[in-house]
Design a protein around this ligand. Structure first.
Ligand code: GRF
Length: 212
């Protein structure tokens, strides 16, 4: 992915949209050569919609269909169509709480990324910060990775570490991980927009984050 013109992003989120804001703000100050072409959410009234509207970025709630954890076939087709119509180069998952599979990943092969709140492959799945705290690790963090058919299993592009403090609660640790996410995600998108990331199977090269 190498782009002289701004990389067109499609952002999918289900929640408050802090990662979307971090990316949009980094674009606005010129640190990322990209443009958010479209924001889609599966949650009517999700915070991310308000943030998109206040930045005058096109955004829509799109029905997710009959399942709880994934898009149904019709919804998947509608999401793909909306992103294709917006001429999206890269799909950025920012707290999108549904698994994307099959047709969606085929339509955007190698062009879907996600941020996960742990140092993968440790603690995939839900509430990764709580898993890390319960396990007793001393360092956790966040990971940006390409999305494949598995859950949080795709090739890793970049990671940023967050120390676990003795006084941490799940909430305080989660908050510091989210601060790290807001640094890491725009940096990774910037590197992708500059065409610096190469990937071969599980190995990616070309992006190095400050460790924290
Ligand atoms: C992030 O913390 C990310 O790790 C996870 O979902 C959360 C979304 O937060 N995938 P926000 O909507 O970007 O604020």
């Amino acid at each position: 992915m190498s782009h002289a013109s701004p990389l067109r992003l499609g952002v999918l989120g289900s929640g408050k949209g802090s990662n979307f804001c971090a990316i949009a703000d980094a674009i606005a100050v010129g640190s990322v050569n990209a443009e958010v072409a479209l924001v889609l959410t599966d949650v009517a009234g999700a915070g991310i919609l308000g943030h998109a509207e206040s930045r005058r970025i096109p955004s829509r709630f799109l029905e997710p269909g009959k399942f709880r954890t994934k898009l149904d076939e019709a919804a998947e087709a509608a999401y793909v169509a909306a992103l294709v119509e917006a001429r999206v180069d890269l799909v950025v998952l920012a707290g999108f709480m549904r698994i994307l599979k099959g047709e969606f990943l085929r339509a955007f092969e190698g062009r879907v990324i996600n941020i996960h709140p742990s140092l993968l492959p440790s603690f995939p799945g839900l509430e990764a910060w709580k898993q890390a705290l319960d396990y007793g690790v001393k360092i956790t963090g966040c990971t940006v990775h390409f999305v494949d058919q598995g859950i949080d299993t795709g090739a890793i592009i970049g990671q940023r570490a967050v120390p676990v403090l003795d006084a941490d609660t799940a909430a305080s640790l989660h908050e510091r991980i989210q601060l790290a996410e807001r640094v890491l995600y725009p940096e990774v998108v910037a590197a992708l927009a500059r065409g610096e990331v190469q990937s071969r199977g599980r190995q990616t090269r070309g992006f190095m984050a400050a460790p924290w």
